[in-house]
Design a protein around this ligand. Structure first.
Ligand SMILES: Cc1cc2nc3c(=O)[nH]c(=O)nc-3n(C[C@H](O)[C@H](O)[C@H](O)COP(=O)(O)OP(=O)(O)OC[C@H]3O[C@@H](n4cnc5c(N)ncnc54)[C@H](O)[C@@H]3O)c2cc1C
Length: 455
């Protein structure tokens, strides 16, 4: 054996890097195996670069629209090279921040491809490492659509966020969180955008009311939206891509496929180590992340239904605490909020109205348009909506949904209320600062009983 560790984490993304730090905090001799960059896909190819480009889209949009607010910015233009440099430097800075945290916590970094051995230890290249506990945190990879391959002008989400030129026209297949973010950024850059979804609404995981608000706003931004229309044919050329969806054929500079992702388990040695997969191809775990091999845990995009960075991190903490035998709590997957940073943003926690009804609840709903509260006019955030789905009997909040410019921040309060088992009645009585958009939250709670003050 090259060395032995109490904990070896394979994969240094938001699941793995946090797990490693927590293990070190608990006094465990810890190593991370990473074959690419600290911070994983999230920091280097997904969440962070996406949000960095979206920030540029926001500034660009505001600069052009500023005249009404008294800011006259003439000759506003995009500097694609500067945008690319900032995108890279934000990721580099956060990735080196992760390395610094590992150093500070004395987490060893083993560079290379890690895999499990039959006895539940870890192999990296020629070297074998002994591990008390192994945490698998290798994330997920983009899936193309059947019959289409990535390459050239057919790109995955990272390809879309890192284009070397601004496209004149782009098609995005898949209107989930990533596809909607890409569509929203490029539309604000002035690119013609076609957003195609095979299911019957954009943002299929979101409540119908919220998806409708976003769809309306996207259309105002000039995005061509097509739902219920899978992409059926793709012909990729050197200078353009021709694609067919529903009855329509169109030609674009780039096609981005923002469909599904699959757990990155290739070559991980799961079979040898007796780690079983679920029917859906994810690594099977209990609510603490333990796999069918008692020595091996799995977290992040490898496990459970949602693929979100904050979920991965929390699963990392819980898995390590469980393995260390210290007090912990299972991750409540129902309280993992979804957050989509398109314009307007969409965030939600818990059940949609339809899902709550399907689960058999007697449901009441409270809605407040953001435009009703003063802050929304001040901050130009009038298109949004807060919607609460509550259990009619006791007032328990079953689901909370927000669309608005800062929805992804606003949802945190709703997650906290649900985690602390507050009902809509408590929310209705919580005093919110004025003038803020968050004033729409108690209003939505009052709306459950029909007495919102700014309805
Ligand atoms: C475009 C896009 C935007 C997104 N935006 C958001 C967002 O805004 N908010 C959010 O919460 N989520 C977002 N996500 C989802 C988020 O990126 C993932 O949920 C998150 O990265 C999962 O973290 P992870 O630790 O499981 O894996 P990853 O971040 O995928 O990291 C896994 C790491 O493991 C390494 N690895 C893999 N196999 C091996 C091996 N055998 N040996 C050594 N190393 C290995 C990889 O190199 C990688 O660095 C986005 C996803 C995409 C695609």
């Amino acid at each position: 054996m090259a060395d032995s560790f109490d904990v070896i984490v394979i994969g240094g993304g938001p699941g793995g890097y946090i797990a490693a730090i927590r293990a070190a905090q608990l006094g465990r001799k810890t190593a991370v195996v990473e074959r690419d960059k600290a911070g994983g896909r999230c920091l280097n190819y997904a969440c962070i670069p996406a949000k960095t480009v979206l920030r540029t889209a926001e500034i660009y949009d505001q600069a052009r629209e500023g005249a009404e607010l008294g800011v006259v910015a003439e000759g506003v233009s995009l500097d694609w090279e500067a945008l690319g440099k900032r995108r890279a430097s934000v990721s580099e800075s956060l990735s080196s921040g992760v390395k610094m945290l590992w150093d500070k916590n004395k987490v060893a970094l083993i560079e290379g491809d890690g895999s499990l051995t039959a006895d539940g230890n870890v192999q990296v290249g020629e070297e074998a490492y002994e591990a008390g506990t192994v945490v698998l945190a290798t994330g997920s990879v983009a899936l193309p659509i059947p019959g289409v391959e990535f390459g050239g002008r057919v790109v995955d989400t990272w390809g879309a966020w890192s284009l070397s030129e601004q496209p004149r026209r782009i098609a995005v297949a898949g209107a989930g969180a990533s596809g909607s973010e890409i569509a929203s950024a490029y539309a604000r850059f002035g690119t013609e955008v076609v957003l195609i979804e095979m299911l019957d609404q954009i943002l299929p995981a979101e409540d119908k009311d919220m998806a409708r608000v976003v769809e309306r706003t996207f259309k105002k931004q000039g995005i061509e939206i097509s739902t219920g229309t899978p992409v059926s044919e793709v012909e990729a050329g050197d200078s353009s891509v021709k694609l067919t969806y529903g009855e329509t054929t169109t030609e674009v500079d780039y096609l981005c496929i923002a469909g599904g992702r699959a757990p990155d388990v290739d070559g991980l040695g799961l079979d040898e180590a007796g780690v079983e997969l679920t029917e859906r191809g994810k690594v099977g775990v209990d609510e603490y992340g333990r796999t069918s091999n008692p020595k091996v845990y799995a977290i992040g995009d490898l496990v459970n239904a949602k693929a979100l960075a904050h979920k991965a991190s929390e699963e990392g903490v819980v898995a390590i605490e469980r393995a260390a035998g210290v007090e912990t709590h299972p991750v409540d997957q129902n309280l993992v909020a979804g957050a989509t940073f398109c314009h307007p943003q969409v965030a939600s926690v818990g059940l949609t109205e339809a899902a709550a009804k399907e689960a058999g609840y007697d449901v009441k709903v409270g809605k407040q348009k953001l435009g009703g509260v003063g802050g929304a006019t001040v901050y130009d955030d009038k298109d949004g909506l807060v919607k609460l789905v509550v259990d009619a009997k006791y007032g328990e909040i079953l689901g909370a949904h927000v669309v608005g410019n800062r929805a992804c921040d606003m949802v945190a309060e709703l997650v906290a209320t649900m985690a602390l088992e507050g009902g809509y009645q408590e929310l209705a009585g919580i005093v919110h600062p004025h003038p803020t958009i968050s004033e729409a939250i108690p209003e939505a709670a009052r709306a459950v009983e029909g007495w919102a003050l700014h309805a």
